[in-house]
Design a protein around this ligand. Sequence first.
Ligand code: APR
Length: 241
Amino acid sequence: MKSRVPRVVALTGAGISADSGLATFRGAGGLWEGRNVEEIATPEAWAADPRSVWRFYQERRAALGGVQPNPAHRALVELEQFLRGIGGAFTLITQNVDDLHERAGSQPIHMHGELLQLRCENCEGRVRDAKHFACDQFLPCAECGYARLRPDIVWFGEIPFALDLIAERISTCTHFLSIGTSGVVYPASGLLSMARASGASTFVNSLDEPENLNSQDHFLAGRAAQVLPQWVSEWMQQWSQ
Ligand code: APR
């Protein structure tokens, strides 16, 4: 029996950070435009040409210092605070590897990892680093001395993080929000139908219809920085009545 109090799960993609100035992956000007994903975002690429892979991620890591959270990130923080205040629940899952949700005040589940975290393939140690951005210098592991830490990013062919926790939260949610994702990368793209199957009302915001949109989903086209604050304020009014 689902509780009457709303239990919201939000899934975000690159589109929510687009309004902060970070490039999305697909579409005009996307990170994958003119690039072969297989040569950048796979373990095989890292093994074959670590310098190119490292450069790609170091450039994105360095760019984080020049961008700020936008009203869409802040709207999700406001929604979470409101829900907690009425005894509801809120879970934020992000495919994004930037730290904009955190800087807005959220604690997201980073299912694809984080740019500001590096991982040692030798001792599996992880370190947060937000100051070494040189593209032509690898960073050694301070724990075991291994020559080069890798980005703690889930590459194609690797298993995303926290899938069990994500499935558990979706199984009990009453509302599911999909924001700024093209819905083409599995398993993230399957979460919308998982929420629908668990009886949640599903809401989708994107510039254009994502691949995984279904006729039962409430679709709202537009920029997240404009759409989300409006949605959240309408919901808070509705749930306050
Ligand atoms: N507001 C809302 N949506 C937007 C905005 C915006 N301002 N700008 C772009 N979008 C939408 C686009 O219409 C598109 O549907 O965001 C989506 C971006 O899609 P992608 O670039 O494919 O990004 P994403 O869905 O997050 O990619 C998923 O693919 O390459 C992997 O691991 C990578 O996490 C990434 C995953």
